[in-house]
Design a protein around this ligand. Structure first.
Ligand SMILES: Nc1ncnc2c1ncn2[C@@H]1O[C@H](COP(=O)(O)OP(=O)(O)OP(=O)(O)O)[C@@H](O)[C@H]1O
Length: 260
């Protein structure tokens, strides 16, 4: 039987202090689909993502990952299936060396010996970190972008079916950002990418979900919504730069052309 790897029905969530963060979320993601999750600060992106590998359990509604319901009994299965890359790599990296950090997840899942070594090597190479150079470094001393890549490698080493990324391009320099886009584009994995980088969303994802105050206000074609500046503005978003750039010529700025 075929299952969509991610299925969410009527999910709502309220934080302990009474802040409502998700309101009746319904969505389904197909195998190998890459979906952008966008929305202004506080719209609920991180809260939604934290539900996908059971860091939060559904208060209302249900979530199915692969063939399993997200509940306390299935947590180990869910966490092998869904790899979550946090917004801040400091929340994810805690071992004394990069090598141990990347090995941590698979090791916990029972992988050892030669297989473990291969997984670590492969994951580091995938994110363009030379194991010879970085393997023995202390993650605390890396740059923000390097830390981000170590965090992604640690998740890839677990060979998840679903990759959930929170702000993957934050902290990356333009070249590393481009490499990340190329990497995500070639990974044959179901991906849900939360981002404020609408250009990245546009580059990578045919489908976009927009959250606004905990509700899904759009779920459809990325192309279509990125060209709807009014709709984006209504939800406190701005069109991607690459959309506005073709229209940015000197004629748009009469004050600049005066006297030229
Ligand atoms: N620990 C918490 N306790 C109470 N409220 C919280 C907590 N974490 C988040 N919230 C609130 O829940 C809502 C959703 O927050 P969330 O972090 O999911 O948004 P986000 O879309 O990821 O935002 P950002 O783009 O700023 O990362 C916001 O109103 C936020 O203030």
């Amino acid at each position: 039987m075929h299952h969509n790897p991610v299925l969410i029905e009527n999910l709502s969530h309220t934080y302990a202090d009474g802040t409502s963060s998700l309101n009746d979320i319904n969505l389904s993601i197909k195998a190998n689909e890459r979906v952008a999750l966008i929305g202004a600060n506080g719209s609920g992106k991180s809260t939604l993502q934290l539900h996908l590998n059971g860091i939060f359990l559904p208060q209302t509604g249900k979530i199915k990952i692969g063939q399993w319901l997200v509940n306390s009994q299935n947590l180990a299965l869910i966490r092998n299936f869904v790899g979550l890359v946090f917004q801040n790599p400091d929340d994810q990296l805690f071992m004394p060396t990069v090598w141990e950090d990347v090995a941590f997840g698979p090791m916990n899942g029972g992988v050892k010996g030669k297989e473990l070594e291969l997984r670590v090597l492969e994951a580091m190479e995938t994110v363009n970190l030379n194991p010879q150079v970085y393997g023995h470094r202390n993650p605390d001393n890396l740059s923000g972008g390097e830390k981000k890549r170590v965090a992604i490698a640690g998740v890839l080493a677990m060979q998840p079916q679903v990759l959930v990324l929170d702000e993957p391009s934050a902290q990356l320099d333009p070249r590393s950002r481009r490499q990340l886009i190329n990497l995500l584009q070639t990974l044959p994995l179901t991906q849900l990418i939360a981002t404020h980088d609408l250009d990245l969303a546009w580059d990578l994802c045919d489908r976009t979900i927009i959250l606004s105050q905990g509700k899904i206000v759009y779920d459809g074609d990325t192309d279509k919504v990125m060209s709807d500046a009014d709709f984006l503005a209504k939800h406190a978003l701005e069109p991607p730069l690459s959309y506005s750039r073709p229209y940015c010529n000197l004629g748009d700025f009469p004050q600049l052309t005066q006297g030229w």
